[in-house]
Design a protein around this ligand. Structure first.
Ligand SMILES: Cc1cc2nc3c(=O)[nH]c(=O)nc-3n(C[C@H](O)[C@H](O)[C@H](O)COP(=O)(O)OP(=O)(O)OC[C@H]3O[C@@H](n4cnc5c(N)ncnc54)[C@H](O)[C@@H]3O)c2cc1C
Length: 495
């Protein structure tokens, strides 16, 4: 068998990573683009087979500061491995970008060849949109720099930074902005899709705090976007996901913040779930903006069901004690962990439960009204199973005072985001665990309208989910990415 044919066969069989010495097809040469000595099979945006010529691969490698890794490179597997263990994909090339020029080179290389592109920020895409088979992965994992401008209370954050990097950089200055509930989530995908977190009632979503961004569009041009510069593009990236280009820097508004917050979890046995949920349904519409809280139905590894309510009060602790008193007085909690503690305790408390490599499936929907009927249905749908949980992410407050189409994020009227999500490690459980999640959610779905596309992918309902923002998104997509290069996302198809 000729060497090139061997390479192709090995790629197709997905086994090249097992033969590092051969995978670059260069007999012991490091498997990077600069020393490629064979063409590589790849796929186009439409799934057709492509051949990437050796000279072109080398040229890309030479132009980049960071490495362009081929299968078998020592970092190839860690770069292609994303958070959800369900997605085991093998890009033809991984361009590890160190700066804007690297991103522009990688984007241009892909566009000129119609090559399938995946953009990896923090790698938390539940549906696995940040990795692909046989395409080019634009890997932003090295762009994690965060600088804090204490004169303007702004954070400048690299496009591959994690939420923990942002908190760690801003909190020592007594400053904060809305970040998500797991610190190893990427700022990139999180922000471009909306960005819910424990402070969204007080300061709005991440998109509401985005002041500007640096983006490389499909034409390979890098530009700053803000309310004053390319305002259409700036509008579109605040909710429109990765459809419009690769963001290498985000600038966020920060707020003075006392990091010692009244916070913690209240836990009741599942037998008291009805009392807790019914109470929450009545109580939650009147919450102050300072209070983030919401119930979760979960199960311990030994099969014990429980209801957990997380509390973070981002304001005067005395006022917080008063506001949460009725919740604390409810029934007989098994545990009351609410106390004054550092904000980062809550910001990292879920990190281990959502560890990398878990196999996971999630569905969610936006709930306008947390009714007693919804409570009945949640209790009917939930059956103790350690593989699946039901979560409430409380919306409202500042995030709902932004106009429906002031940003591209479409769900300003929801009171709550309701999610069903699970994790397991044994691939043999995939079918059963996903069926369980689907079954639970099918019962909840009638109470929801639209969904948060950062958590699930529904290609057939992208237009209806964006609602009144969709037409403008299509127009901007058509202007900036008519060939739909950036399609591994909640894809807005160009006209
Ligand atoms: C454990 C866990 C907890 C989560 N918690 C929250 C939460 O509290 N609040 C919330 O709102 N969401 C949450 N999410 C959802 C999360 O916001 C999305 O999964 C988000 O897409 C993750 O961003 P990422 O950069 O890590 O993902 P990636 O997998 O890297 O990318 C996801 C998508 O964004 C695109 N993308 C990423 N970075 C860039 C960039 N710099 N430029 C252009 N496109 C980019 C990718 O191409 C891909 O389409 C959570 C997800 C997980 C798995």
């Amino acid at each position: 068998m000729r060497r090139r044919e061997f390479c192709r066969t090995a790629v197709a069989a997905g086994v090249m990573g097992s033969f590092p010495a051969l995978s670059g097809c260069g007999r012991g040469e490091p498997p990077v683009a600069t020393s490629a000595n064979t063409s590589i099979r790849a796929i186009s945006l439409d799934g057709a087979e492509l051949e990437l010529e050796k000279a072109a691969i080398r040229e890309l490698g030479d132009a980049m500061t960071g490495p362009v890794m081929l299968s078998g490179h020592p970092d190839y597997d860690s770069a292609r491995t994303i958070w959800n263990g369900m997605h085991d994909k093998r890009p033809a090339l991984i361009a590890r970008c160190m700066n804007n020029e690297d991103v522009a080179n990688a984007v241009t290389f892909a566009r000129e060849r119609d090559l399938l592109v995946a953009v990896r920020g923090g790698g938390h895409s539940w549906p696995g949109k940040s990795v692909c088979d046989d395409g080019l992965m634009i890997d932003l994992s090295q762009l994690t720099n965060v600088t804090i401008d204490t004169d303007k209370n702004r954070a400048h954050v690299g496009g591959g930074a994690l939420l923990g990097h942002l908190d760690q950089a801003s909190l020592p200055h007594g400053l904060v902005t809305t970040g998500g509930v797991v610190s190893h989530t990427g700022v990139g995908g999180f922000t471009l899709g909306g960005g819910y977190g424990r402070l969204n009632r007080k300061y709005g979503l991440a998109v509401d705090n985005l002041c500007s961004a640096t983006i490389t569009t499909a034409d390979g041009q890098t530009r700053n976007v803000s309310a004053d510069e390319s305002p259409d593009l700036f509008w579109a990236i605040r909710g429109g996901g990765g459809n419009f280009g690769v963001v290498t820097e985000f600038e966020f508004q920060l707020y003075p913040f006392d990091r010692a917050v009244l916070s913690g979890n209240l836990v009741w046995p599942i037998a008291q779930a009805r009392d807790v949920l019914e109470f929450y349904a009545e109580w939650s519409p009147g919450l102050s903006d300072d209070l983030y809280t919401g119930p979760m139905l979960a199960t311990t590894p030994d099969g014990t069901g429980m209801v957990i309510v997380e509390v973070v009060y981002a304001g005067d602790p005395a006022a917080g004690e008063k506001e949460i008193a009725p919740l604390r007085a409810l029934g007989s909690p098994m545990d009351d962990g609410i106390r004054m503690q550092d904000y980062t305790v809550m910001q990292t408390q879920e990190d281990a439960a959502f560890a990398h490599g878990v196999r996971s499936y999630a569905k969610n929907g936006m709930v306008r009204e947390y009714t007693q009927e919804l409570v009945n249905t949640m209790l009917e749908a939930y059956v103790p199973d350690p593989r699946m949980a039901m979560f409430t992410h409380t919306a409202g407050g500042a995030m709902n005072r932004v106009g429906d189409v002031d940003t591209a994020f479409p769900h300003r009227n929801a009171q709550t985001m309701l999610s069903v999500g699970g994790g397991w490690t044994d691939p043999a459980m995939d079918v059963e665990a996903m069926a369980l999640g689907r079954e639970w959610f099918s019962k909840l779905a009638p109470f929801t309208g639209g969904y948060y596309d950062n958590i699930q992918s529904n290609p057939e309902s992208v237009a209806s989910n964006y609602g009144p923002a969709h037409e403008r998104l299509v127009k901007i997509k058509s202007q900036h990415d008519a060939g739909n290069l950036f399609r591994l996302n909640s894809n807005i198809r160009p006209a």
